[in-house]
Design a protein around this ligand. Structure first.
Ligand SMILES: *Cc1c(COP(=O)(O)O)cnc(C)c1O
Length: 257
């Protein structure tokens, strides 16, 4: 049951082994997504699949583009900037780079050059820096605005205090107001990573609750970026609109566990 038009399929006959492997992995992930969507309410809109390419080379991004992938995610500016430069702008194919890692304000200028979306806005200084960078780079990037997701820390308060990424739930609405008021930033919604010690389904339900209170104030901020290789089904069940899937498409990350 592959309901997806796959522009890469035609090319597979003469594709390299890595491309065929990525195609097979992508098929499996897309099938899992389709099943999880089918298990939900009929009104459920299929989420956007962001393939997380961190630690994998630009050549893999090019292979993914040939396989029809339009959204890729990266978590470190230095690596992402170089990769985006290597890949360039594919002909006749939209490719969006999503920045999903912890962001320091001084990287904002670089990130806005290649990223269409930042999923990890977690404090006012980052929002302000992204707004300034967008306004300065508007001619360079050719983009009117930057999609911004507020990363929420769903772990214990100690995780927030330790700076492990993500705003405390109580800080979401003020940060959303700042994003909504900043020209060239578009408040897209929320992002979270399920805490290690928690049940992902429960964590994503908590996120959905915070999302509902965000949408009550900012009706267009309906995005929910949640779900990775290990928990995408639970994220879809909780209403995720964007999935960030790395290892189940690309395999284990080189040089990491
Ligand atoms: C690496 C990463 C992912 C992808 O994780 P996988 O388990 O490899 O699918 C998703 N979100 C964030 C924030 C990441 O850093």
């Amino acid at each position: 049951m592959t309901a997806h038009p796959d522009p890469g399929r035609k090319l597979l006959a003469d594709a390299d082994a890595r491309t065929r492997q990525l195609a097979a992995n992508l098929d499996r992930v897309r099938t899992r997504i389709a099943r999880a969507v089918a298990d939900g309410p009929a009104s459920r809109i299929p989420p956007t699949l962001i393939v997380v390419t961190k630690f994998h080379p630009a050549a893999d991004v090019q292979r993914l583009v040939r396989l029809g992938v339009q959204d890729v995610g990266e978590n470190r500016d230095q690596e992402a900037a170089a990769k985006a430069q290597d890949v360039g702008v594919p002909e006749d194919h939209p490719l969006r780079w999503h920045f999903i890692g912890q962001l320091q304000s001084n990287k904002a200028k670089s990130v806005v050059r290649y990223a269409s979306a930042v999923h990890s806005v977690d404090r006012p200084a980052v929002a302000t820096a992204l707004g300034t960078a967008m306004r300065r780079a508007v001619d360079e990037t050719g983009r009117d605005d930057l999609e911004c997701f507020i990363q929420v820390n769903l772990g214990p308060a100690a995780d927030v205090a330790a700076g492990r990424g993500g705003a405390a739930p109580a800080d979401v609405l003020p940060l959303a107001a700042l994003l909504a008021d900043t020209p060239r930033l578009r408040l897209a919604g929320l992002m979270a990573v399920a805490p290690l010690a928690a049940d992902p389904g429960q964590a994503f339900e908590t996120l959905a609750g915070i999302s509902a209170s965000l949408v009550a104030r900012f009706p267009s901020a309906t995005g929910i970026s949640a779900g990775m290789s290990g928990d995408l089904e639970q994220a879809i069940a909780a209403g995720a609109t964007h999935l960030r899937v790395g290892s189940d498409v690309l395999g284990p990350r080189p040089g990491v566990g």
